[in-house]
Design a protein around this ligand. Sequence first.
Ligand code: CDP
Length: 224
Amino acid sequence: MIVAIDGPAASGKSTAAIGVAKALNITHFDTGSMYRAVTHGLISNQISFKDTKSIKDFLESLKLRFSNSKKGTGLILNDNNVTDFIRSNTISENVSEVSAIKIVRDFMVKIQRQMASDTDCILEGRDIGTVVFPNADFKFFMTADEKSRAERRLIELVRSGDRNASELDSVLDDLKVRDHKDSTRNHAPLIKAKDALVIDTTYLTINEVIDKIVNTVNQKRTLY
Ligand code: CDP
């Protein structure tokens, strides 16, 4: 079984997907963290985003895997634990440029399909219901108004020490820029799949979002 969740930045996909995976006892894949890890890898190896040949070589030698520990899911890139680096401002500012590169997307889609091939899972991202798994058993498109998304992201960034509490406007601007880039790129732009169920999380608690998804899945599952 494949459950796909797509939606713009900070719409609550990760928190919901983690809760749903736990409730349904299925595997969770955060595909955004994979694009973030590649962005980290290119920057730390000083590979230009325009240098297609070096990007191709980098991808061909790439080893990317999720790790599970008491602290949660982490990401290991070429034997280095990059979990703490991939949510930094530098990565957030550059990830949309990297994720718009066709060879990067083709590579990611391939490994995401492999990862999901032998397990029931929930994948969250921007193109899961449209490109990676157009025949997913369940598709959700998560949204929330811009201000609520910025407020949620600011709380995370203040907690990690990346921003201070007065920076709501700049966090909002960053989200808008990233959403615009993600929605207007040529390859696999962020759009709602026609058959996705929209969940506006603006006025919902995280448990309400999780329940909505879990109930939708369970209702249909009992019909099989
Ligand atoms: O957590 P947040 O909503 O800020 O973003 P994310 O899910 O970590 O995704 C980071 C970036 O990766 C997005 O802004 C997209 O540029 C890219 N992405 C993508 O292109 N396709 C996906 N399936 C997932 C993420």
